[in-house]
Design a protein around this ligand. Structure first.
Ligand SMILES: [Zn+2]
Length: 324
């Protein structure tokens, strides 16, 4: 008898044994999928999780982003330009936008919610802080990141602070929080969302981007589904289980937007052929020419991903969670 750690349902749920394939350790892990809520989850959370986040794990690799201090004038102009894009218009903002072009927002989807340049921004599970630093560079003035797996706290010259903390240990309040492909790595799901709810100011948004098991790729590829990513992905929510959990934490689910890519296909096809994601010769991620895919195949994967996203069956989505 198994117990779902998301909805508490019990039963003889279907079980699976995926392997660690990002680095090609090929160690096997037990997972099961709750028949009540659809959440696929690891049966037992490994004690030494950090073992599976080596120095070349992608959110640490490439070193620290460029976080130098800008001159106060340059900084002010960037903020005016950002204000312009966010709807707080000014002559200087309009001029800056014309002269210097759009701010490099990186995450275009941030514009889906109301934001201001002086909002207190928090990115949870940010690694060495690439996203928070890019926010700061685009003109946001109050930016923090957190990651429980980094070696030490980081303070960038431009004022961005990266805390080495679990969300539950954060005391400050924020106006916008993101968890971009980090939530599925966290052992304590409801407590983490409840903590996000606590540190978020009312009338504000948390955006969670994560892989979903209520997708075609899980049905087609099973344990070779690349986004299963055993054992780092502890929970592969279904759309229904994620919605239910968010509501239990107090949030209103305002929107779910699917954003899966060709990765779900080429990554899973590679795992089927026993090719790790980080294989330097054969993986499309590392060496496009040496991979088993032609440009035409990748283009077809892209098209299929777009189709699945429209049908709500892609393997990734963003949840826009609103705190009333
Ligand atoms: Zn369940």
């Amino acid at each position: 008898m198994l117990t779902c750690r998301i909805c508490d349902a019990q039963g003889d749920f279907p079980t699976y044994r995926p392997r660690e394939m990002m680095f090609g350790l090929r160690e096997e892990f037990d997972y099961f999928q709750c028949s009540a809520c659809g959440c696929l989850q690891i049966a037992e959370i490994p004690e030494n999780l950090s073992k599976y986040y080596p120095a070349n794990y992608y959110s640490f690799a490439g070193g620290r982003p460029e976080g130098r201090r800008l001159s106060p004038i340059k900084d002010a102009i960037k903020t005016k330009r950002l204000d312009q894009v966010l709807g707080k218009r000014s002559l200087l903002g309009s001029l800056a936008l014309t002269l210097f072009g759009e701010p490099e927002l990186g995450d275009h989807w941030m514009l889906d919610v109301p934001l201001r340049s002086d909002y207190r921004m928090l990115d949870v599970g940010c690694g060495s802080g690439r996203r928070p630093v890019s926010w700061r560079r685009s003109g946001f003035t109050n930016v923090t990141g957190s990651d429980a797996f980094i070696k030490e706290e980081i303070e960038y010259e431009n004022g961005v602070q990266i805390l080495r903390k679990d969300l539950r240990d954060i005391e400050d309040r924020y106006d916008f929080i993101t968890m971009v492909h980090s939530f599925e790595h966290m052992p304590d799901q409801l407590p983490t969302l409840q903590a996000a709810y606590r540190v978020l100011n009312p009338d504000r948004y948390l955006v969670v981007a994560l892989p979903l098991s209520s997708c075609e790729a899980w049905q087609v590829y099973g344990i070779d589904w690349v986004s299963l990513d055993a054992p780092r992905h502890i929970y592969l929510h279904s759309e229904a289980s994620m919605k239910r959990l968010a509501e239990r934490a107090g949030f209103r689910v305002r929107e779910v937007i699917y954003d899966s890519t060709a990765y779900q296909f080429w990554g899973s096809e590679q795992y089927r052929q026993d090719i790790p994601l980080m294989d330097n010769e054969r993986s499309y991620r590392q060496n496009r020419e040496g991979s088993m895919f032609s440009n035409e195949q990748i283009a077809a994967f892209d098209e299929r991903a777009a189709e699945l996203n429209r049908e709500g069956r892609g393997d990734r989505a963003r949840f826009y969670l609103y705190k009333p």
